[in-house]
Design a protein around this ligand. Structure first.
Ligand SMILES: Cc1cc2nc3c(=O)[nH]c(=O)nc-3n(C[C@H](O)[C@H](O)[C@H](O)COP(=O)(O)O)c2cc1C
Length: 161
């Protein structure tokens, strides 16, 4: 069986521009969040998406234990939030505005889009778990998204109107 090397794979994946999300969850009276680009739409009917979470990430236990999560597609001015939730720090939400949705997940304001999900199934693949989210609420925030490309956060380039 022929398999590309992880380094060749990572190098090629740098060419794949992605939107940048923060996935939040809550469990046992604690809230948590993680920056993620491995977020993909699966289906519109019923509304379904997936998030790939490394099983070593602290977020993994939050989503597994609570069975729900919120996905925030960050807007182009939320670069500091993307960095904060990728840093593995303890006091992630210090100075960060949020509200709790009825199921308990922290919801960040002003995202380009927000999806609150029930984790309806989970599949372990290699180092990650694919959490399938059945979408309970979907909000288009009407702002351009932050992107991640070639190892850096970038804004979407648009032709002038
Ligand atoms: C741009 C970017 C995208 C990322 N995408 C993912 C992802 O899709 N899945 C994942 O498990 N980790 C991803 N990470 C890594 C996590 O954000 C990082 O390991 C984080 O510290 C995990 O937080 P936690 O351990 O507190 O849950 C990404 C990091 C960056 C900077």
């Amino acid at each position: 069986m022929v398999t590309a090397s992880p380094d060749a794979y990572r190098a090629a994946m740098r060419q794949m521009a992605s939107s940048v999300s923060v996935v939040t969850a809550a469990y046992g009276g604690r809230i948590h969040g993680m920056t993620a680009t491995a977020v993909t739409s699966v289906s519109a009917d019923p509304p379904t998406l997936l998030v790939a979470v490394n099983r070593t990430a602290r977020s993994h236990a939050f989503v597994t234990s609570s069975g729900r999560f919120a996905v925030h597609v960050l807007n182009e001015s939320q670069l500091a939030i993307a960095s904060r939730f990728a840093a593995g720090i303890d006091d992630q939400f210090a100075g960060c505005a949020y509200e709790l949705e009825p199921g308990g997940c922290p919801v960040l304001p002003d995202a380009a889009a927000t999806f609150v999900c029930r984790a309806s199934s989970a599949y372990d693949v290699a180092t990650h778990t694919l959490f399938i989210g059945t979408v309970e609420s979907a909000t288009n925030g009407g702002r351009p998204p932050l992107l991640y490309f070639d190892g850096a956060f970038v804004a979407l380039a648009r032709e002038p109107a």
